[in-house]
Design a protein around this ligand. Structure first.
Ligand SMILES: Nc1ncnc2c1ncn2[C@@H]1O[C@H](COP(=O)(O)OP(=O)(O)OP(=O)(O)O)[C@@H](O)[C@H]1O
Ligand SMILES: [Mg+2]
Length: 296
């Protein structure tokens, strides 16, 4: 079984690489000149009794961070799962780099798209390094085992996120936020240039949220296409290049965050009163709830 190979070889390589010079390990993502693209046309997805997506069309290109926003139950994770081939039946077409995902094998899909799920159940018995190495499976031939290159990629990704010290720890014995960082490292090690991140900052402490967002921006500058969901309007306002607002299964607005996100729309999405404040002369806007504050 490939997973057994992964575990056995990972342990021996881990020992070897723990001794190697970590300072030489920069992330191997490199600048990628190929344009990456993601296109949905008229995606409709129903579950029994729920029409989760009601005809979503959208186009995104590499080099950008696109933030998907919308209330709980709006359809964000469902849209992501359609891209990943995790939901077997939906209407409409999804093209990755111009190719319909319905004609792609799981391995081809994994070479193009990496996914950080919203919730990931702890995998007992796997070390952090093994979890990240699993991201490189698509690069291996059938029944192949990870080689030096895969171990380097895994350690580079852990290092990029500042968690290389966790490499030999058990994945189920680290904190929820640390697990989230490991899942991000796994997606980076996968080397797919389209990253689908379902609430990547959920569970992370304030510092790690900002560090992860900066890493995401860095990857976008290298040509990656980042499609992430967030419930934090400030993240979308400050870091996203594009924002797509989905409401009850349909796209409500799409465009630059400064064009799309206004108080009225945020109030409609979240059902609370908010105020957008511009930080003096910076052009940066932040969102605060007006709940509990006196109106003057
Ligand atoms: N496997 C499923 N079976 C039945 N209904 C589902 C399933 N998955 C999602 N739904 C329903 O589809 C709708 C969209 O759910 P989805 O998980 O996509 O929302 P979301 O925007 O990701 O919400 P959240 O912000 O809470 O993560 C919801 O009404 C949800 O209850
Ligand atoms: Mg979700």
């Amino acid at each position: 079984m490939p997973k057994v190979c992964v575990v056995v070889h990972a342990l021996s390589h881990m020992h070897h690489y723990a001794k190697s010079n970590m300072q030489n390990m920069g992330i191997n993502a490199g600048v990628d000149l190929v344009e990456h693209s993601l296109e949905f046309s008229n995606i409709v997805k129903s579950f029994p009794g729920v029409k989760a997506l009601k005809g979503v069309s959208f186009h995104a290109e590499g080099g950008r961070v696109c933030a998907l926003m919308g209330e709980n139950g709006a359809g964000k994770s469902t849209l992501f799962k359609c891209i990943l081939g995790l939901l077997n039946q939906f209407d409409g077409d999804i093209l990755i780099n111009g190719k319909n995902i319905k004609s792609m094998t799981a391995s081809q899909l994994a070479q193009s798209v990496a996914y950080i799920p919203q919730i990931h159940s702890a995998a007992f018995g796997f070390s952090v390094l093994n979890m990240v190495l699993m991201g490189t499976t698509a690069q291996l031939k059938k029944f192949g085992c990870p080689e030096k290159k895969q171990c380097e990629l895994a350690l580079d990704a852990l290092k990029m996120l500042g968690i290389e010290h966790l490499a030999s720890r058990g994945y189920s014995h680290i904190s929820g936020g640390e697990q989230k960082l490991v899942m991000i490292a796994r997606a980076i090690a996968q080397q797919a240039k389209i990253l689908i991140m379902d609430e990547p900052c959920a569970n992370l402490d304030f510092g790690n949220q900002i560090r992860v967002i900066e890493d995401i921006k860095k990857l976008a500058r290298q040509g990656y296409l980042i499609f992430l969901s967030t419930h934090d309007p400030d993240h979308a306002l400050i870091f996203a290049d594009q924002v797509m607002v989905i409401n009850n299964g349909s796209i409500k607005r799409y465009g630059r965050p400064d064009e799309v996100l206004d108080e009225k729309l945020l109030e409609e999405i979240y059902g609370i009163k908010v105020n957008l404040h511009e930080i003096a002369q910076s052009g940066i806007r932040v969102c605060l709830p007006s709940v509990g504050r006196r109106r003057g």
